[in-house]
Design a protein around this ligand. Sequence first.
Ligand code: MG
Ligand code: ZN
Length: 227
Amino acid sequence: MDLIIAKDILKANDQIAGANRARFDGNGVLGVNVMGSPGSGKTTLLERLAVDLDGKLRFAVIEGDLATSNDAERLERAGIQATQINTGGGCHLDANMVAKALERAELVSFDVVFIENVGNLVCPSSYQLGERRRVVLLSTPEGDDKVAKYPPMFTGIDALVITKADLHEYVEFDAGRVEKDARVLSPEVKVFNVCAKNGSGMTDFVSWLAAEHRRLKAMLARGAEAP
Ligand code: MG
Ligand code: ZN
């Protein structure tokens, strides 16, 4: 694609993302962009949060997929309100797709809205959606070299969730290496090792989400621009 056209597309996208952000802020909602490869466990992590966030934070999910509403249906079976976006084959979500989903969502009823992006370690990182926080999942079977191989995805992120952490020893996954590589790209990143299946590591991740939501509310209460 022509570089100038690509820049214009991203500029237009960022304007709509700004409007989405204002809409989240206006409702006191923390928008979280959840990214990672297909099969990294994004939907499974969100399903698990139905248990771990119960009574702590009210949340909904905007669910992005190329086709099908399988993941949204999975989330609804777990009691989570999910709004499906089909990208019609597109390999990432953009701010306009999220704006349309927000027209259908009752934001005021929630503390956090997770936007589950299309499974892809490349282009979702270029598109702001209106989120306040970016979370990237890396599953243990993908290998501990992926942060170094896909640097844009791990740049400027707030949390890195290493999933399927119960498999570390079987695939010789070096979590220390992953954390070190991630910190080069995102010096302040919080790193969590979780296993959504048995729930290990979820407490720390949930505490982080709650703290980020409190921080947003405090900023908004002061009328300050949230970070
Ligand atoms: Mg999914
Ligand atoms: Zn894409």
